[in-house]
Write a protein of this length. Structure first.
Length: 198
């Protein structure tokens, strides 16, 4: 289910804004962006002016990537409802200064660690076969999920301030996690691990 905060009818307006305020030099021009996306300049104009009602998810995400708008990718993910953990993005003003982002990340990590300690205490003091649901638990879970936005902010700021390459970090993380056997395996291996027979 799509996040109700962002209306898909406004997608063209968002995409126009991302192009006009591109973080990638040259992509503010329709013709340059069209070439990158493999569509015509006319199609870019039609999308931005609301003449295309059913914009493919892949195109919208690629548009945001091409213009350097990571926040845009998060808006699109919320609009299309493809990720239950898709959070509305933090406003771009907070994603510009790496030092500020690091300070925020440190604070969010400390708050999340305290929340984990509180949740562990609640878990350990529960009655058998019952998990208490309290307002405190909801607040603690919010503290934990705040870390996701803080991490994104730190990575976006690093990329914008000194050309840090997010895809390279993802590639290295994937390699390391794959070698540790932590990544979702291929279907055949998954069936073996889960004890499922074809």
């Amino acid at each position: 289910m799509a996040n109700g905060l962002y209306n898909k009818q406004n997608l063209g307006l968002y995409l126009r804004f991302f192009r006009e305020n591109s973080f990638v030099p040259g992509c503010e021009k329709q013709i340059v962006l069209a070439k990158i996306l493999g569509i015509s300049q006319k199609r870019v104009s039609e999308i931005e002016n609301g003449f295309v009602k059913d914009i493919r998810l892949e195109l919208a995400l690629n548009w945001c990537t091409a213009t350097g708008w990571h926040e845009g990718r998060e808006v699109v993910m919320c609009m299309y409802g493809v990720d239950p953990l898709a959070l509305p993005p933090i406003t771009p003003e907070f994603n510009q200064r790496y030092g500020d982002a690091l300070l925020n990340l440190r604070k969010q990590l400390k708050d999340a660690l305290a929340a984990v300690d509180d949740l562990m205490e609640i878990w350990n003091s529960r009655r058998p076969n019952r998990i208490p649901q309290t307002k405190d638990m909801l607040s603690e879970k919010k503290q934990i999920i705040d870390v996701k936005s803080a991490i994104n902010t730190t990575l976006y700021a690093a990329e914008r301030e000194f050309s840090f390459e997010i895809p390279e970090v993802v590639r290295v993380w994937t390699q390391n996690t794959l070698s540790d056997g932590m990544i979702m395996p291929l279907p055949e291996e998954l069936q073996k691990r889960m004890g499922v027979t074809a």
